[in-house]
Design a binder for this molecule. Structure first.
Ligand SMILES: Cc1cc2nc3c(=O)[nH]c(=O)nc-3n(C[C@H](O)[C@H](O)[C@H](O)COP(=O)(O)OP(=O)(O)OC[C@H]3O[C@@H](n4cnc5c(N)ncnc54)[C@H](O)[C@@H]3O)c2cc1C
Length: 407
């Protein structure tokens, strides 16, 4: 039997974050492997042009300007920009139970867009195209089934019997990370007791390249603009987070009844809903690993943290992890340190944990503020939003933070 292959760094999970990290690491000169359960042929498959709601992927992400810059530097954004993607110039947020309303405008920030809505599979495909032309060794169609530490080397067990080793293993294996569990990194977590319903709709009025978000006591509803190849501006992706009982009720409705409730919930802001795709529901849970590092293993992306999708920041936090880990590993390489050196990993954890935690707390604060019916909370929401809308410097600072341009 051949000796197991040994890498400097093995990344487990070829989602949005793991793939981006693997590309950056290979460029720094590390011998990098990327392990992904799915088949690369499926991930690289180009979508057909979108003419109908069923042609869009129901899972999309609002990619911030900072994440876009990272993806540009890795050579992946060029392919995203050549395909279906929708930069949005406006964002309107309002309180469905009151009069508070706030509008963010890219022009006020001298920016071309506040962010870009991208179908998740388009982003992953763009990253895999870069992987195919890089020195990353892609090991696809296999599951990692175990992990053990042997001196300074971490060995993985794969479902096909192979046991590759590495000085550092990066867990980018998503919210239910097995690696996080195997190495014993505990999480703080709680159920939001909400589910997010996602689907695609076609409306009679164009979306105006604006993300629309209405808060109600039972949860936020977002209409995120999509662009079809034909230039049609009437498709939007829905993320409707609702208390679990309400979400389950909405999932049982037939399309006609669902569309009628959806139109009411968005106050017919984009006219009538003409078509709706199949719906999917995701239970929402907040998780945060107490530590991001163990000997020879580091967590990034959803493996380290998951948050409520109300501000569309989950993947963007993951890209923040990628950016900082790449910086710290470049520094380690220049100083001749092992990628698993405790100082290297401790610096990564220190730089990321605070940022991730403050975003999680902000999301929790929003959720609580809009989930309360008592008069003081309603007053705070409505007066606060109206006040904020009129104070450009404060409003623009919030927008710049969401765009990832300041922290
Ligand atoms: C409804 C909803 C809406 C959202 N909207 C936004 C948004 O607008 N903006 C935003 O920034 N974020 C958003 N998010 C969050 C975003 O989708 C996630 O943060 C992001 O997908 C996480 O990427 P990841 O690469 O860390 O993990 P994942 O995408 O979960 O990738 C993990 C990968 O690891 C692989 N894998 C797992 N286990 C193994 C194993 N044992 N062996 C081999 N491979 C394995 C999987 O196949 C998968 O490819 C949203 C989330 C939800 C639920």
């Amino acid at each position: 039997m051949n000796d197991p292959e040994v890498f400097d760094i093995l990344v487990v999970g070829g989602g949005m974050t793991g793939t981006a990290l693997a590309i950056g690491l290979s460029r720094q000169g590390w011998k990098t492997g990327l392990i992904e359960a799915a088949d690369r042929a499926d991930l690289l498959q180009a979508p057909s042009a979108a003419a109908d709601v069923a042609d869009f992927e129901p899972r999309v992400s609002a990619i911030s300007v900072a994440s876009q810059q990272l993806l540009e530097s890795l050579g992946a954004w060029q392919s995203v920009a050549a395909g279906r993607h929708c930069p949005y110039q406006g964002m309107t947020v309002w309180d469905g139970d009151g009069t508070g309303r706030i509008h963010f405008d890219a022009a006020e920030l001298q920016a071309r867009a506040l962010g870009t809505i991208v179908e998740n599979r388009s982003l992953v495909r763009a990253l895999f195209e870069v992987v195919e032309n890089s020195s990353v060794e892609l090991i696809d169609k296999v599951q990692v089934t175990g992990c053990s530490l042997n001196g300074n080397q971490c060995n993985l067990e794969l479902s096909d019997g192979r046991t590759p080793g590495a000085r550092l293993v990066v867990a980018a294996d998503g919210a239910n990370s097995r690696l996080r569990q195997w190495v014993g990194l505990p999480t703080r977590e709680w159920d939001y007791d909400q589910e997010a319903i996602v689907c695609t709709v076609r409306t009679t009025q164009p979306h105006q390249y604006t993300a629309w978000q209405r808060f109600s006591q039972t949860g936020p509803l977002a209409f995120l603009p999509l662009s079809a190849e034909s230039g049609d501006e009437h498709f939007s992706s829905i993320v409707w987070s609702q208390d679990t009982i309400e979400a389950r009720r909405l999932m049982t409705l037939d399309d006609t009844a669902f569309v009628s409730e959806l139109e009411q919930a968005i106050e017919s802001e984009l006219g009538t809903i003409e078509a709706v795709s199949r719906r999917f529901a995701f239970p929402l849970r907040q998780r945060h690993a107490k530590d991001y590092v163990a000997q020879g293993v580091v967590l990034i992306g959803d493996a380290a943290h998951t948050i409520h999708p109300l501000a569309g920041q989950g993947a963007n936090l993951g890209y923040g992890d990628v950016r900082v880990l790449l910086e710290e590993l470049a520094r380690a390489r220049n100083s001749g340190l092992s990628p698993a050196h405790e100082l290297v990993l401790a610096r990564y954890q220190r730089r990321r944990k605070g940022d991730n935690l403050s975003m999680m707390l902000a999301m929790e604060g929003f959720k609580q503020l809009f989930g309360r019916d008592e008069l003081p909370f309603r007053w705070l929401r409505n007066t606060g939003m109206r006040w904020l809308d009129g104070v450009a410097p404060v409003k623009n600072r919030i927008a710049a933070e969401a765009m990832g341009l300041i922290t």
